[in-house]
Write a protein that binds this ligand. Sequence first.
Ligand SMILES: Cc1ncc(COP(=O)(O)O)c(C=O)c1O
Length: 373
Amino acid sequence: MNKIYFDHAATTPISKDVLNHMFRILEKNYGNPSSIHQLGQSSRALIENSRRQIAKAINSSSKEIFFTSGGTESNNIIIKNLLQPGDHLITSTIEHPAILKPAEDLAQNGIEVSYVKPNKYGIIEPQKIEKEIKKNTKLISIMMVNNEMGTINPLEEISLIKNNILLHTDAVQAFGKIPLDVSKIGIDLLSLSGHKFYGPKGVGILYKKNNVFLRGLITGGGQEQEICAGTENVAGISSIGLAAENIIKDFGKNKSLLNELTDYLINSLKNHDVNFVINGKNRVPGLLNISFPKMLGQNLMINLDLHGIAVSYGAACSSGTPKPPRVLLETGIESNLAKSSIRVSFGKDNTKEEINYFVNSLVSILSKELKNV
Ligand SMILES: Cc1ncc(COP(=O)(O)O)c(C=O)c1O
């Protein structure tokens, strides 16, 4: 069992109060929300309360919030349902596979897809998107924060150049780390995932502006206005609302802690004369993609794991493959530097003592592994 968890971009541990809340609901609120009797209606009330909590957290109307099974489903519903053959989609090369794979599927079915590359700092520039806009462009989908580098994309600026084109953002890595106000940013559609902000896995959010028409990928009982048919995951849905409320309440506190831990790590590495490069600029608090030249990131991750520290090499979903992280290569960095990277992502319960242990372990691993290089 890992003792130190520095992999919050992969997933966050569920917070205690959310877990207790979820247990209570699983036990007591078993009524089907579509049932007319009181047990059913108490489940319905939990769902509607969660919808209001999420709406408040992102400054939308609760009518614009829909529950799904996660970020992947929200992204798929949006990408696969809004576009018809002949339409054009603009996205970026650094999106999560939950955008890139459905985009590939669309391209096989007569939809034009343009991929914008990031600049060398890992940021998608609005001018590059503007250049790709055509008469048939129907949707622009650009992630708010990149999951491997933590870089923040200028969504507000992108929304200014989009005209009548729909703008979607995968904000799975952004929520709770940077302010997210859908009205202010000017986005039409957005995806979130509960397990990235101390909520349960398997529950996601799809925000869509009232004027956007969408249907889900599966048909059935018509729940969630046919966007996510099937009996609702009442405990998960109610818990994601509580998790969202908590993360907004603690926003300032978490932000200063994560910034403090990030600075502390960087200073400790410098004080120990560690040779390192941070990939990407303009990042969310607490997420660092760091290359340690000449050390293979994959080996470093495994060695740190043996010291009881969990970090990742590339994104969690691509770890296990020894290739250099694709997203880093997109920024133009040299393949060896990309291969020597790890992703460290802090959470609300991490401490400076844990960072001290991490840096000591890292120094000892690097000195052993790089002895013969
Ligand atoms: C940017 C981004 N989008 C989408 C997802 C997928 O979300 P979920 O795991 O809820 O399907 C992730 C998860 O790693 C992510 O980081």
